[in-house]
Design a protein around this ligand. Sequence first.
Ligand SMILES: [Zn+2]
Length: 249
Amino acid sequence: MSRFAVRLRFHGDLSFFLRSKASAIQRQLSERTSVKDVIEACGVPHTEVDLILAEGQPVNFGHVIDAESTIDIFPLELRRITSFPENRLQVHNIRKFVADGHLGKLVRDLRLLGINVTCDRDAEDRQLVEVAACQDRALLTRDRRLLMHGAVKHGYYLRSQNPLEQTVEVLWRFDLSSVLAPFSRCLRCNGSLEPAAKDKVLGKLKPLTKIYYDQFRRCAGCGQVYWSGSHFEKLQKRIEAIRSLLGGA
Ligand SMILES: [Zn+2]
């Protein structure tokens, strides 16, 4: 097969992933190649791509390129989907996540807001991919190679290195602002919190807590007991900070 040129035009913020500043890239191919592989060879994980047009017509990731062509690649822009709404490649209503072990603060923030996110600090890459695939969770990571794994269907590459900004990114990307349920999930293990009678948790309380507090919640997973003590105010401030960034984003 003779060589042929493919011109790729990356739209929106997808240029974030490209090595050069130019948003158009020309590649020479010498064999039939899926459009997914060509896009990822440019550094853009498929989890970031919501629409692909080959010569102006929508195609999916499996589309094979075997001749000279022009490909347009678009990111997910939740609130601005006007063209080809039926041909979008990303699922929007994802509510479950798995985060890689480097994102501890993001995980804590999301759990604080009631978002279901598992995270094992010691998990290896292949375990993360397996959890994402088997439990249908979107993978949150700053490792784009991981997102390019064939078994990863949904995921997101955190742009910022700042945990607060990362939290807002995830809430935006997956349109989660309407499903937030602060203080409903365990910050340690992701379990659900349930109301617990004081006499059932007395053994876990310090003397002053026993005196000053009457309402408690307990994690159904690890048994951790929560109450609105001094740390509570800090957590509420954190939620306010997230909400105000979200509102202004
Ligand atoms: Zn727990």
